[in-house]
Write a protein that binds this ligand. Structure first.
Ligand code: ADP
Length: 627
């Protein structure tokens, strides 16, 4: 199913590679210029001393003019050193430009993911694609990284060939003097055989090598699962701080070890990849090396015989041997890299598939009016929703209206559709049927970022970052310190803030700073609430962010929050009815439907209703709150 198993046509591989180059040019300006300079200078540099050494040897074995010898020796030293220095400087330039190449790739991918509709990011297929791209990169730098390496090698190979040809033409043109026993070396047949052997070996060796390497490329699909398991069990499973307690208490290290050792797709001794490596793959790569060695021996023989026959002096022997050997190396590099580029094209196409993903949700252009009176009204009009691939609706014919300033509670058992309702409200998904309206206009018609600015949400599984407290509250590196402090105090974090050594600049957790502080679950919730207040959006949604707290503590937080949200609309989601009884309006969800709506008093008085049943069932847990 994956393209890695197919061989792409040359044209297609070329087209994909060109797109990859264009992506890099945009993501890392100047990188290709630095790589080009480095490849050209580094490949050409060794020929400079080779040429001067040959001249020097010629002089030593010939006229031995002391003045000329001195000039040549000085030139050899200075030009050779200059070439090396230039090569080192260019390589350093390339290194500095490519130092960020991995983060550049991550940035390309993360920017895309952030830009994608949430429903696509939430889709298993997107996750599969992303994980395949990551695995390809971890496995052998396949994809965007390999393209850079190949460009470097291919260009270096071409320059090597050009320089080597320039320095080795004399080998075939200078004849052994007529009458010499080795004059047969001048025969065109001999030259043709030698050329054919050179070209043949230069082509055969990289062909064998590329074939051997292709086995790796084909194995990518097999090791995908193994790589995933390896990452899970090692990088995530064993290292994540929050899992450390569970691992110790339940002895999960045994489980992780077992898991890591028994996953299909891992590179064990008897797995298909290892068998390939011991068999055809190893043989092909070894044969490639053998062909190169035989060819080098042949070149030595040919050059030495011609020198012996008197075609040229000892100085040129070193030049020709050096040039022809690196000619073969250059041709070989070019062919190998071209083959590798082709092998890489399917991996690159997987990156492009991810980057080319198109958003599916309609993007409107209306701006949400920045109303001074903040009079916003939201209406759910007969909204139904089914998750992609699900068999049943998670929301069914929900109709509801709420205005700024109201306190709305959405209650119901787990799985009744409360979070789905919020996801639709925040337009993470669009309804399958029906409409959601903001001030009478379908929310799809608004600009998405404008629409999102109307909401502030604390999700159930909200996350804080291991960054300074103030930045966490502002959700930005630029913060209004006074406002951040006010919000933290309003959220009940004031005492803790006063006790923090560096106040707003105190790092949370210890990931980045030794001075970082650990915050409890309750404190983290207060920080998350402060972040919500800081955003100052007209609608605030609390989606059971207090689920880890006991019912009494949750009720207290909700009540306190109610006091500080002022004229904003607050929507409280909870499966604990006691937390929400102060709300103006309570919507009771059951199996994706709103089955009751009203105040706490009205609903609890409605005998036989869902609310009354839930209330009675939960009352035993918070008797002190019972009406
Ligand atoms: P609640 O917030 O009330 O606990 P949810 O809105 O999370 O309920 O879930 C409502 C229903 O939708 C449940 O049956 C749940 O299994 C299903 N559901 C939630 N998220 C997804 C999803 N991403 N894909 C498929 N089904 C989902």
């Amino acid at each position: 199913m994956e393209k890695t198993e197919q061989k792409l046509s040359l044209g297609e591989a070329f087209r994909i590679t060109r797109r990859g180059v264009a992506l890099w040019r945009k993501a890392a300006p100047g990188l290709f210029t630095a790589m080009t300079a480095s490849a050209v200078v580094t490949a050409a540099a060794p020929y400079v001393p080779l040429w001067f050494t040959a001249r020097l040897l010629e002089e030593i074995s010939g006229a031995r003019d002391p003045q000329r010898l001195t000039v040549l020796a000085v030139l050899l030293l200075t030009a050779g050193t200059a070439a090396l220095l230039a090569s080192a400087a260019c390589q350093r330039w390339k290194q500095s430009k490519s130092a960020t190449r991995y983060s550049d790739e991550y940035e390309m991918i993360f920017t895309k993911l952030l830009d994608l509709d949430f429903c696509l990011v939430d889709d298993q297929k997107t996750y599969e694609r992303l994980s395949q791209v990551n695995q390809n990169r971890n496995f052998g730098d396949w994809g965007l990284q390999r393209l850079l390496e190949n460009y470097d090698k291919l260009l270096g190979g071409v320059i090597k060939v050009v320089c080597a040809v320039a320095l080795s033409v004399g080998l075939f043109l200078l004849p052994v003097p007529a009458g010499e026993p080795l004059a047969w070396l001048n025969s065109p047949l001999c030259v043709v055989v030698m050329m054919a052997a050179l070209v043949g070996a230069s082509v055969l060796s990289p062909w064998l090598y590329t074939k051997g390497n292709a086995c790796w490329a084909q194995a990518a699909e097999y090791v995908k699962q193994g790589n995933r398991s390896f990452s899970y069990f090692t990088f995530i499973g064993m290292k994540e701080r929050e899992r450390a307690q569970d691992i110790r208490l339940y002895g999960q290290d045994d489980f992780f070890r077992h898991g890591a050792e028994n996953c299909d797709g891992m590179l064990f001794e008897d797995c298909p990849v290892a068998k390939q490596a011991r068999g055809p793959m190893g043989l092909l790569v070894a044969s490639a090396e053998a062909v190169t060695r035989v060819m080098t021996g042949l070149v030595y023989l040919f050059v030495c015989l011609k020198a012996l026959g008197g075609a040229f002096g000892v100085g040129l022997v070193s030049q020709y041997i050096g040039a022809v050997t690196s000619l073969a190396g250059g041709v070989s590099d070019c062919i190998r890299t071209a083959g590798d580029l082709r092998n890489n094209a399917p991996f690159l196409s997987q990156v492009l598939e991810l980057l080319d993903m198109k958003n599916v949700m309609y993007q409107g252009s209306l701006t949400t009016e920045k109303r001074a009176d903040r009079q916003y009204e939201i209406e759910f009009r007969d909204v139904s929703f089914r998750y992609p691939g699900a068999a049943t609706d998670s929301l069914s014919h929900v109709s509801m209206k709420f205005k700024v300033g109201q306190r709305l509670a959405v209650v119901g058992e787990n799985g009744s559709g409360k979070t789905t309702f919020i996801k639709l409200l925040c337009r993470l998904y669009d309804p399958t049927e029906g409409q959601i309206l903001l001030n009478g206009i379908d929310i799809r018609k608004y600009r998405y970022d404008d629409y999102l600015a109307v909401f502030s949400v604390v999700f159930q599984d909200f996350q804080l970052l291991a960054l300074p407290l103030g930045q966490n509250v502002a959700a930005s590196v630029h913060l209004d310190r006074q406002r951040a402090e006010q919000c933290l105090r309003a959220a009940g974090f004031g005492d803790r803030l006063d006790a923090l050594p560096e106040g707003l600049d105190t790092y949370l957790y210890k990931d980045y700073a030794d001075t970082g502080v650990e915050v409890s679950g309750g404190e983290a919730q207060k920080i998350a609430l402060a972040r919500t207040l800081y955003k100052d959006a007209p609608f605030i949604i609390l989606d059971e962010p207090t689920a880890a707290l006991d019912p009494v503590a949750e009720a207290e937080i909700y009540q306190r929050f109610n006091d500080i949200v002022g004229n904003k609309t607050a929507i409280y989601i909870s499966h604990r009815l006691s937390s929400c009884k102060f709300c103006d309006e309570i919507a009771v969800f059951d199996q994706g439907q709103v089955v009751q709506q009203g105040t706490h008093q009205e609903l609890v008085a409605c005998a036989g209703g869902k609310y009354e049943a839930l209330w009675n069932a939960q009352a035993q847990y918070y008797t002190e709150n019972k009406e």
